[in-house]
Design a protein around this ligand. Structure first.
Ligand code: DGP
Length: 143
């Protein structure tokens, strides 16, 4: 179902122009209008879902198979050295329609780890306690 107020639904419907890399099917890809580098592509499901946990389990493979395909194409097509693949869920997500960024990367392109400030665990016990909380929340559970 499309959401009439969603800019990506409007792009998918052809109401707002975009440069499509993949313009047909259940999963589409078009150029980001404010690219980190030329060729920065957004992979989006046609269906309006907001975050990755909202995506039905049987839709995950088609979305990420397309991400894989586009990640190869930006390298091959643009003579890049590699790619960066990222997906914001709610925080830093400026468009509430699931989209996976596929950014062509070149060595020394200046992106420098995406400006992520890194932290540390106080010790192994703290790291294990955090892992245990995430493990306990897995749905379905592990094992
Ligand atoms: P994020 O911040 O992760 O939600 O990324 C949203 C991206 O969407 C951002 O990099 C810019 C891009 N974007 C926003 N509006 C438009 C638009 O109207 N057209 C296109 N092609 N990209 C857009």
């Amino acid at each position: 179902m499309a959401d009439a107020g969603c800019i990506f639904c409007r792009i998918i419907a052809g109401e707002v122009p975009a440069q499509f890399v993949i313009g047909d099917g259940d999963v589409l890809a078009f150029l980001d209008a404010r690219p980190l580098f030329p060729g920065h592509t957004l992979v989006v499901p046609r269906e309006h879902v907001v975050t990755l946990p909202d995506l039905a389990p049987d839709r995950v493979e088609p979305v990420f198979a397309t991400v894989r395909r586009v990640a190869a194409a930006v390298v091959r097509g643009l003579d890049a050295d590699g790619s960066f693949v990222a997906l914001n869920n709610v925080v830093s997500q400026s468009v509430p329609h699931l989209h996976v960024h596929v950014v062509p990367r070149r060595r020394k392109d200046g992106l420098r780890g995406f400006f992520w400030p890194r932290t540390k665990y106080a010790d192994d016990a703290e790291a294990e306690a955090i892992a245990a909380r995430v493990r306990a929340a897995l749905d379905p559970p592990e094992g």
